[in-house]
Unconditional design. Structure first.
Lengths: 113, 113
């Protein structure tokens, strides 16, 4: 059974700080999602990656398949980055698709001005 | 832009009422999903659908049913709402191909009193 662990659960930082959120999973996966959820509930997909690294603006996601670990980094953090960040992995045996997603419990990030 | 739209952001219903949560997507996606999200538990899959009139149980289907009469619309039904169904409900859709990206609605926060 795939298990996804995120750390930290809560993170408060000052504006401008470099932020790292970690995600570990227990089985071989075919891809991993990083999702962002703002207060109010809607979820936005930030990245889907299966190897290496992806960058979008100030956000960078990396994945190490051998170590079963992914990180989400935020450079030059800003109060508008305050949100819950969730990682979700597709187990290789599931064939992909959101029915095969296993979600972490999320990291609650607060960036103070 | 892919749009996944949930009919209500907030709902308050009484115990025993029949509740309908509607989700519509406008990108001709084959797969649609209903999740609930609770503090400390993360997102859990209730039901999903790969095609019109087709449904599959997820991890926590008890107390729920679904309907997919048209490709773009996936409804979650609480036949007799109970207080333990107070939660955030999230709809998602994706194209029916391997490791495709999932798109989420804005969420419906349901309170059963």
């Amino acid at each position: 059974k795939n298990e996804v662990e995120q750390s930290p659960q809560n993170l408060t930082a000052q504006e401008g700080e470099f932020i790292t959120i970690n995600c570990s999973y227990s089985v071989g996966i075919s891809a991993l999602h990083w999702l962002q959820q703002h207060p109010g509930g809607g979820i936005v997909s930030l990245f889907m990656l299966s190897s290496g690294k992806k960058k979008h603006g100030r956000l960078i996601a990396t994945i190490n398949i051998q170590e079963k670990h992914s990180s989400l980094h935020i450079t030059a953090s800003h109060p508008r980055d305050s949100a819950v960040y969730i990682c979700a992995s597709f187990a290789s045996y599931s064939g992909g698709g959101a029915d095969g997603l296993t979600f972490g419990k999320g990291t609650h990030l607060i960036i103070q001005p | 832009d892919v749009k996944v739209t949930q009919s209500s952001r907030y709902l308050v219903k009484r115990t025993g009422e029949k509740v309908f949560l509607e989700c519509v997507q406008d990108m001709d996606h084959e797969n649609m999903f209903w999740y609930r999200q609770d503090p400390g538990l993360g997102l859990r899959l209730i039901y999903f659908s790969y095609d019109v009139k087709m449904k599959e149980k997820g991890d926590i289907p008890e107390g729920y049913s679904v309907s997919r009469e048209k490709k773009e619309r996936f409804s979650l039904i609480l036949e007799s709402a109970s207080t333990n169904q107070t939660s955030m409900y999230l709809c998602a859709s994706e194209r029916g191909t391997l490791n495709t990206e999932a798109f989420f609605g804005q969420g419906t926060r349901l309170t059963v009193v």
